[in-house]
Design a protein around this ligand. Structure first.
Ligand SMILES: Nc1ccn([C@@H]2O[C@H](COP(=O)(O)OP(=O)(O)OP(=O)(O)O)[C@@H](O)[C@H]2O)c(=O)n1
Ligand SMILES: O=P(O)(O)OC[C@@H](O)[C@@H](O)[C@@H](O)CO
Length: 538
């Protein structure tokens, strides 16, 4: 007989095959050129984020919800994940009384909307109850009262809209719904003397995770009726709904990203995921010029090829990968470059599953301002700095740089005539000045000047630089990319780290020409630049 008390609905993902380690989905997985599917939720949904904990298990001075990642508190990432969901009307953040001012400052600094801050209690249940009460406070418009309340630990920053939608819809239908994950360890019961009493059959049990969802009336009644012991020692809201309202929660298996930051090691894991996510997509802006579109297309193809490799994709013959230039047949390879697979994988920190190419950021393309965190401005004319200034203005208006560093890479395509006189189409000082101003706005500007080379080996190297820059974009991180010879040597060691040796604060670049080009210029010129505003010349 089916166990009707535990309706389990497995999520689309296979529980034994975790999806990609937690990322901050900025839109539905997959193609970046589609806006996230708008979901129709025809009832008001609000959120309670319990954040009133005192961090005993991390052993840190700072409560884990306020620990900084890329200059931003963990709780701000969680709030942002909910703010992005258009069908969520309000968010109540519950913090300890002594953190009320701090939390208010965070809301203001990162310009969070939809957020109210209320004081927590001595236990998690008390904090959650305070949040539920705040949502139904007398005096608030009845229309504001939510039909469904999502409850989610503030220290679980990797929450996905898809799953929130499933929990909210199930909660509306069933009265309560909760996230579950397969148990990793077996649960055993112990005797008072510390011996094994019995072991539970792991396959019959699941780990209860967050988010959970309840109709407002169910969670309000549950807390109204529960005991002091529940408030003091309980850890499970679904149990309160069953115990005090007779509401059987629908259980939905969620992705592995639902984990909770609990111990100090979880902070390191969270930081790694946040960094990985922020460098996972890029948008090339071409201004519509044919040359820029060709270059951006080649870059897109090169990145795609690299990622195909990374994902074990096909397309390598005899252990070698051919990078083909956009729009040309397979025979027209990118220059005559063939790079052995191991050197390619070892040589480039592969980070971009997607590189969108658009002419500008107007109209529907404005959406990319809210999604991407790496922008490549491809320009073919000398007025490129005004294009970059316009992009920086758009990014500032979109307020994304408030939340984490953004990377803008100017790729200036210049023909031989622009270079013949000054050797550069744009003076480095002009870019450095612009970069210094941008850095004050948490935007890191880099410059790459690309000579119209006959041999396109440089595009491969440019891909190396772009992915390295975007991957190591945290303020102060720089990557020094050795010149070709050192690149050859380092990739023979097929160690990405040796290619992108990280020097903090100062970058030493070797400007160079593609050595195979019949137009190769004089010996590599060494340019020492500080901070953002680095310029690479090809
Ligand atoms: N009195 C409390 C205790 C916990 N929480 C929140 O409930 C969530 C899950 O709790 P937990 O991971 O245990 O956080 P802490 O209580 O801070 O951790 P510890 O148990 O190690 O002290 C966290 O977002 C925490 O801030 C809360 O709002 N009020
Ligand atoms: O005990 P903690 O406060 O760390 O965790 C609280 C909740 O996250 C935990 O009980 C989930 O299993 C959801 O019920």
């Amino acid at each position: 007989m089916e166990d009707h008390h535990k309706k389990m609905q497995s999520d689309s993902c296979d529980p034994d095959r975790p999806t990609h380690p937690g990322t901050f989905p900025t839109c539905e997985a997959g193609r970046s050129d589609h806006q996230p599917a708008e979901r129709s939720v025809d009832f008001p949904v609000s959120v309670v984020l319990p954040a009133g904990g005192h961090r005993e298990r991390t052993g840190l001075q700072t409560p884990k919800q306020f620990c900084l990642f890329m200059g931003r508190p963990l709780i701000s990432y969680t709030i942002q994940a909910f703010e992005r969901v258009s069908w969520i009307q309000s968010i109540v953040v519950v913090v300890a009384r002594e953190h009320m001012d701090l939390m208010t400052d965070i809301v203001q600094q990162f310009q969070h909307t939809k957020v109210r801050v209320v004081p927590g209690g001595s236990t998690r249940h008390r904090s959650i109850y305070n949040g539920v009460l705040a949502l139904g406070e007398e005096g608030r418009l009845v229309a504001d009262k939510p039909k469904v309340v999502l409850i989610h630990d503030a220290v679980r920053p990797f929450v996905e809209e898809d799953f929130l939608y499933k929990i909210a819809m199930a909660a509306k239908e069933q009265g309560a719904a909760g996230a579950i994950r397969p148990l990793v360890s077996t649960v055993i019961a112990t005797t008072s003397e510390g011996y094994l009493d019995h072991s539970l059959e792991r396959a019959k049990y699941r780990a209860s995770e967050m988010p959970q969802g309840f109709t407002y009336d169910v969670i309000y009644q549950a807390y109204q009726k529960c005991s002091e012991s529940d408030f003091e020692f309980g850890t499970e809201c679904l149990h309160l709904a069953l115990q005090y309202c007779g509401t059987n929660a629908k259980l939905i298996q969620g992705p592995p990203t639902l984990w909770k930051v609990t111990y100090k090691r979880d902070l390191a894991a969270a930081e790694s995921i946040i960094k990985d996510t922020l460098s996972r997509s890029a948008c090339a802006i071409t201004g519509g010029s044919a040359q820029a579109v060709t270059l951006a297309g080649a870059l897109q193809e090169a990145v795609g090829a690299l990622n195909m490799l990374h994902l074990g994709g096909p397309d390598v013959s005899n252990g070698r990968i051919w990078l083909s230039r956009a729009g040309l047949g397979p025979r027209d390879r990118l220059g005559s470059v063939s790079v052995s697979v191991d050197r390619l994988i070892g040589a480039i920190p592969l980070r971009w599953p997607e590189l969108a190419v658009i002419p500008d950021l107007t109209g529907e393309n404005g959406w990319y301002l809210l999604k991407d965190w790496n922008f490549i401005q491809v320009s073919v004319n000398r007025s490129c700095l005004s294009e970059v200034e316009a992009l920086l203005t758009d990014l500032e208006a979109a307020k994304q740089a408030l939340l984490h560093p953004l990377v803008v890479i100017l790729v200036l395509l210049s023909g031989s005539d622009e270079l013949s006189v000054s050797g550069r189409a744009v003076e480095p000082e002009a870019i450095m000045d612009l970069a210094s101003a941008a850095k004050l706005r948490n935007i890191l500007l880099y410059g790459i000047q690309l000579h119209q080379s006959k041999r396109d080996y440089v595009i491969f190297r440019m891909v190396a630089h772009l992915s390295c820059l975007a991957h190591n974009k945290t303020a102060g991180n720089t990557c020094s990319v050795p010149c070709k010879e050192r690149l050859e040597r380092s990739t023979r060691r097929s160690d990405a780290g040796s290619l992108a040796a990280i020097n903090h604060g100062q970058a030493r670049f070797h400007a160079h020409r593609s050595h195979t080009s019949s137009h190769s210029r004089p010996d590599p010129e060494q340019t020492v630049l500080r901070g953002a505003g680095r310029i690479l010349y090809y």
